[in-house]
Write a protein that binds this ligand. Structure first.
Ligand SMILES: [Zn+2]
Length: 368
């Protein structure tokens, strides 16, 4: 096994293709000619300047217009609603999180599967936590390497942000020998910031864009001054009220939530029962869209929507792999930090964490 620490960009900085990474270079060479000539957008962090952008939306820039149907050929439409009426698409951005075990325990107890949009730098920091998502039968998608406004990045960096996140998930899952890793086929842009240039690059990596049509705003508590927990509760209650009013009688809701901190996760747990009592069903994105093989590796199977909603369905058994080959040997060091670390600390710790991941193998046994 190669030393993964040398195969990834520095954490929590804009990813660039590593000069010595021949695989990434070759993949980018194969994709770049299919990327439409769209300029980078003016953006800084979470602030977007759409004022100078043409109102006819030539680039299908979601940030400016909520456009979800690409204007370039050969790029699939975004997924942003749930086809089934009164059904809730259940997904969490920004994980994996080092303190998420109570949250994942809750989801397991409730037999509730979700879609987890993982940040590559977090996967490198918390590989064991990333593995739990797959072990527990959740769907895993890509959410970028360092959580950037993607339309503001040069195309090669957009590629690197997605490529290395996809690769980090693959290696993290490979190490627990759900056979041969899992390669994500879905992604969600940080801040929803996507246009046709970014979509085309993601599509070149086999990644389908997933957005949302209702927002818990949970991330704002602790980030936006004076944004209170009560405002987040009001968002959840508003979703329930909308469902009761028939807003989702034709198509279901795709809810944006975050595996970001204890508040966002505990709030999700607090509202799960009420959402369950309101919506006909709550399902991960792939199940909502009858995507039964959400990874490149086709031997991982999820249920169809109809199978999922059967009362006696035991979903954990659906995440199975046919191969159980185990080749890694050595130490079984398995760091499970209990507190959220600073970015600097994470940067220093990531190599050790990833090395541990790569050598976990024989000693790790789990039920799926
Ligand atoms: Zn995010």
């Amino acid at each position: 096994m190669v030393n993964a620490a040398g195969s990834f960009p520095p954490l929590w900085t804009v990813a660039h293709i590593l000069p010595e990474d021949a695989n990434a270079q070759a993949k980018w060479s194969a994709i770049k000619d299919s990327v439409p000539p769209i300029d980078t957008k003016p953006a800084a962090g979470e602030t977007f300047d759409a004022a100078a952008y043409p109102p006819d939306d030539p680039d299908c820039w979601w940030t400016a217009t909520k456009c979800t149907k690409p204007k370039v050929a050969n790029v699939p439409e975004d997924i942003y609603v749930v086809p089934e009426p009164r059904t809730l698409g259940y997904g969490f951005d920004d994980g994996p999180n080092c303190t998420h075990n109570a949250f994942y325990d809750y989801l397991k107890k409730e037999n509730q599967k979700a879609t987890m949009f993982f940040i590559g730098s977090n996967v490198m920091d918390w590989p064991l936590e990333a593995q739990r998502a797959v072990k527990d039968g959740h769907e895993v998608c890509v959410h970028g390497w360092s959580h950037q406004a993607m339309t503001s990045l040069p195309s090669e960096d957009v590629f690197a942000e997605l490529y290395y996140t996809q690769r980090s998930c693959f290696l993290a899952m490979q190490s627990i020998k759900i056979a041969a890793g899992v390669t994500c086929t879905c992604w969600r842009p940080p801040y929803g910031d996507v246009d046709d240039r970014v979509r085309a690059i993601a599509h070149g990596l086999g990644l389908r864009n997933v957005l949302w049509n209702t927002d818990s705003e949970d991330w704002q508590v602790g980030s936006t001054p004076n944004y209170t927990p009560e405002l987040v509760d009001a968002q959840y209650q508003g979703l329930i009220d909308d469902c009761n009013k028939g807003v989702y009688d034709q198509e279901g809701a795709m809810l944006l939530m975050h595996e970001l901190n204890d508040f966002t996760m505990s709030t999700a747990m607090k509202w799960h029962g009420k959402l369950k009592a309101t919506f006909k069903s709550i399902v991960p994105v792939c199940v909502a869209n009858n995507i039964t093989q959400p990874y490149v590796e086709k031997d991982i199977k999820f249920p169809t929507f109809e199978e999922y909603i059967k009362p006696a369905n035991k979903l954990a058994t659906n995440v199975t792999r046919t191969s159980t080959t185990t080749t890694a040997t050595g130490a079984t060091k398995s760091p499970t930090p209990t507190t959220r670390q600073t970015a600097n600390t994470r940067r220093n710790a990531w190599a050790a964490d990833m090395k541990a991941v790569l050598f976990i193998g024989i000693g790790l046994v789990f039920a799926i």
